[in-house]
Structures are given as C-alpha cells and as structure tokens.
Design a protein around this ligand. Structure first.
Ligand SMILES: [Zn+2]
Length: 225
C-alpha cells in the first residue's frame, strides 16, 4: 500500500473501532451482534469489524480491511458475518461512506412486525424525512440482504431500513453519520412504540415534514468555518 493509503486506512481503523463504542454506549447491541464499516474514500476498500470479537476487545489493529467483494485484504481475523451486505451497499451506492447494522430492541420490534415507523415526530422528520421503511426478509450470506437494503433506500430520504424479521441497517456519507442514524432510529422507534401504547399518534402534514427535513439537513447546527 502507498503511504497515503496507509495513513487513510490507519485513520479509518481508529474511527471504526471507536464508533463501535457508540453502539455500546447507546445500548444498541448485545454480546457481539452489530457492526460498523467505513469505505476507504476513492478506493475499492472498506474497514469493518472482525466477526465474533467482544466489544471490549475491538481495537484499531484488529479491524479488517476488505475489498468491495468482501475479500480480506489486511487483517488476521475473519470479517463480520455481515460483510457481504456492507460490500453490496458500497458497490451499489457510491455516495455511501459508512454502513451500520444493529438489532437494537425497539427498532427491531418494528422489523419483527414488518411495520414501517410512521412519521409522527419532528425529530423523525428532521433525520429521516418521513417514515422509516421496512425492507424484505433475506437470509444472511450472499447478496440478498444488500439487495434488500439498496432496493429499499435508493431514492428514499431515510438513511435507515428495518429489514423484516431481522434488524436495522443504516447508511451515511461516512461511518459516523451511519452510527448517528442508528442511534436516532432506535430513539424514534422507542418513542413511536410508547406513543402507540398510549393511544393513537397524530399524523403530521407532509408539508411540515418536508419543511423540517429541509431545515435540519441544510440549516441546523453550527455555521461552517
Ligand atoms: Zn443481524
């Protein structure tokens, strides 16, 4: 590898290892389930979690570098069992720089019911621009999960999909954005569940959802330098 590529991969190994800590911090994962990956910008490569390693033992040096067919390029361990799904998304969606998968409890409950999360909250309009959609049932191994993610999220505002009877996949322009989407997806799924338990959530006007989404995506936050 060239010096530049080495430095970029080292940076992403560090970032991807650290972002796994966020999945734990926000209570999105149990045991070794869940995974984060990052595309190496401008390269046919990604950095992803090793399979079956405790979250406490994840470090930059045991992250795995794979090509976008899921073949290990650098790393001593086997990559995540969801590597094929991550790789498929990177091949099909060039704008995506990060992918996250969890079985976070509330969001996965909606996935178990095969039900999209309707948009009844401003926070959901901000982040997801509408409902959080359900993707098809797909068995692990091969490209079926990746195909389901891409088919559901292509042309959709939501960076999160609830894969039916399985769990959450999120995408982002980088790995940190995809982790944020996974955190916000679980937060919204929980509140939507609580609202449904209390009564009948009140629908929001599409124009309001559009306005909130536009503001949050384009205006919210600190001004740039
Ligand atoms: Zn899974």
């Amino acid at each position: 590898m060239t010096l530049d590529l080495d430095a970029e991969v080292a940076r992403l190994r560090e970032q991807v290892a650290a972002l796994h800590g966020e999945l734990v911090r926000y209570n999105l994962v149990a045991w070794t389930a869940g995974n984060v990956s990052a595309r190496v910008p401008g390269r046919e490569l990604m950095v992803i979690k090793p399979s079956g390693v405790s979250y406490d033992d994840l470090r930059p040096d045991n992250m795995i570098v794979c090509d976008l067919d899921g073949v290990v390029v650098d790393g001593d361990l086997s990559p995540s069992s969801d590597t094929a799904a991550h790789a498929y998304v990177y091949r099909a969606m060039p704008e995506v720089g990060g992918v996250v998968h969890t079985h976070s409890g509330y969001a996965t409950a909606w996935a178990a019911c095969g039900e999209a999360i309707p948009c009844h909250l401003t926070a959901q309009a901000d982040e997801f621009g509408g409902e959080i959609p359900v993707g098809p049932f797909a068995l692990i191994g091969g490209d079926d999960i990746g195909k389901g993610i891409v088919a559901t999220l292509s042309g959709h505002r939501s960076p999160a999909v609830l894969m039916r009877n399985h769990g959450v996949f999120t995408i982002g322009r980088d790995a940190r954005s995809a982790v944020k989407a996974a955190v916000m997806c679980e937060d919204v799924a929980r509140t939507a569940y609580l609202a449904r338990s209390l009564g009948t959530p009140v629908p929001m006007a599409q124009a309001d959802i559009d306005s909130l989404y536009h503001r949050y995506q384009n205006v919210y936050g600190q001004p740039g330098p």
